[in-house]
Design a protein around this ligand. Structure first.
Ligand code: FES
Ligand SMILES: [Fe+2]
Length: 458
């Protein structure tokens, strides 16, 4: 096993280019990061009824997340126990069973092997169907409707994994008056770069926002229309980069109602219905959570370690949840989900849907700017000379701790913006996981097990 410590120099704020293309490091991170961390699988609204399923990935492992015959959410390796072909090729649907396309073995939504063609002739000596159930993801849990899975049976509970970040996540979750639902159609695209370049962008890169995305202004488009004439004031707002030991971070957090006031401005363009909706969301936060949480109101951009990002500026900005699935050292898939409040007025839903497509979808105003930058970075660092270089992440190191005393009195480690402390926190956690060996290193941290065993109650 390779030690990655010499490649992560947090004291000077440098990361070595090697972490983005070395195949051995990639294999280690698939085992030790994706094999151990809780990973977002889907939202409960995507699998509301018995037999509903979505397919996704945990690291490079394809999985099926489904509601079983008793209504329980379970996840299985999408892997036929005959010779390993995928048993489900669709992205989502409702079914009573999954049939492998190779020799047509069939599995129930409870993971049991229920059909083997010509079984009497092919296996006259008998077949132990119980031994051949789908391999189940051993840990599946929901945090207020967001369903996560983990391959490591001994991993800490999801609540502990989320840690103090939950104080903020609750704001996002509770602000929806009727609960969140995913707008059907997860957008997906392949990006030619290491998955960490996308994760670290959401973990800490506030710096690029007005620069990379500002290019759209040249042909006369305004990707920051949401902020209206408040944009210059917004940049000056006292925002912070808040990090958590588990590797999560938020890169643009505002404590004193600033996102709420932006929403109130935007609501004026929607008329009384929009204005009342914003007030109702704010009132709900004050009722269900604390006044302090209500005044945070939106989380801005951020990352749930290792590969789930969010953009949440309030109830009139389209909520986006993004996952980055590794596909080799120099490639990943980018999945974009848009969620809406079930109880939002129709006019608000429509505005958010259009804004999501226009702004944050895979072909929108923002994403291609980012992903082009990441791909060009990947191209530059794979050369003979480029691969020996250090990349700079030292912004804000000298300003660490320079936060007013009263602003530190929030969960997490509140630090100055702009800075690259979110990225440094990401690589600190990444290094910690890669350096920690596991007694059962081969295969996954937890091997999964045939279906039928216990799962974490939802
Ligand atoms: S690989 Fe699935 S039935 Fe043969
Ligand atoms: Fe961006």
């Amino acid at each position: 096993m390779k030690t990655v410590s010499p490649l992560v120099d947090l004291e000077r704020g440098r990361i070595h280019a090697g972490v983005f293309f070395d195949p051995e490091i990639y294999r280690q991170e698939i085992e030790r990061v994706f094999g151990r961390c809780w990973l977002l699988l889907c939202h409960e609204s995507e699998i509301g009824e018995v037999g509903d399923y979505v397919t996704t990935y945990m690291g490079e492992d394809p999985v099926i997340v489904c509601r079983d015959s008793r209504g329980k959410v379970r996840a299985y390796l999408n892997f036929c126990r005959h010779r390993g072909s995928m048993v489900c090729r669709a992205e989502r649907g409702r079914t009573k069973s999954f049939t492998c396309g190779y020799h047509m073995w069939t599995y129930s939504i409870d993971g049991e092997l229920v059909g083997v063609p010509f079984e009497d002739k092919a296996y006259p000596e008998g077949l132990d169907r119980r031994e051949l159930a789908l391999i189940e993801v051993p840990r599946v849990a929901s945090y207020k409707g967001f369903i996560f899975g983990c391959w490591d049976e001994r991993a800490e509970a999801l609540e502990r994994y989320l840690g103090d970040f939950r104080w903020y996540f609750d704001i996002l979750v509770e602000r929806a008056l009727g609960g969140w639902e995913v707008v059907p159609g997860v957008q997906k695209c392949v990006i030619e770069c290491n998955w960490k370049l996308h994760s670290e962008n959401f973990a800490g890169d506030m710096y690029h926002v007005l620069l990379t995305h500002g290019f759209a202004r040249r042909p006369g488009l305004d990707p920051f229309a949401y902020f209206g004439d408040k944009l210059s004031a917004y940049i000056e707002l006292p925002a912070y980069v808040t990090t958590f030991p588990e590797g999560h971070s938020m890169i643009d957090i505002l404590h004193h109602g600033e996102y709420y006031h932006l929403d109130r401005e935007v609501a004026k363009t929607l008329g009384p219905e929009g204005e009342e909706y914003v007030e109702a969301c704010y009132r709900r936060l004050r009722e269900v959570l604390s006044p302090k949480q209500a005044d945070v109101y939106g989380l801005g951009p951020g990352l749930i370690f290792p590969n789930t990002a969010f953009l949440d500026f309030g109830c009139l900005f389209p909520l986006g949840i993004y996952t980055f699935h590794p596909k080799g050292p120099e490639k990943h898939e980018y999945w974009a989900r848009h969620l809406v409040d079930r109880a939002a007025p129709a006019a608000v839903k429509e505005m958010l849907r259009k804004n999501f497509i226009w702004g944050q979808s895979v072909g929108g105003m923002f994403t291609p700017d980012d992903t082009d930058g990441f791909s060009r970075l990947q191209e530059a660092i794979r050369g003979t000379v480029g691969r020996k270089q250090w990349l700079d992440y030292h912004m804000g190191l000298a300003r660490e701790g320079q936060v007013p005393e009263e602003e530190r009195d929030y969960p997490g480690d509140v630090g100055p913006r702009p800075s690259e402390r979110g990225q440094r926190n990401f690589y600190r956690r990444w290094r910690e996981l890669l350096n920690r060996s596991h007694p059962e290193e081969e295969g996954h941290g937890g091997e999964g097990r045939p279906a039928g065993g216990r799962t974490v109650p939802l």
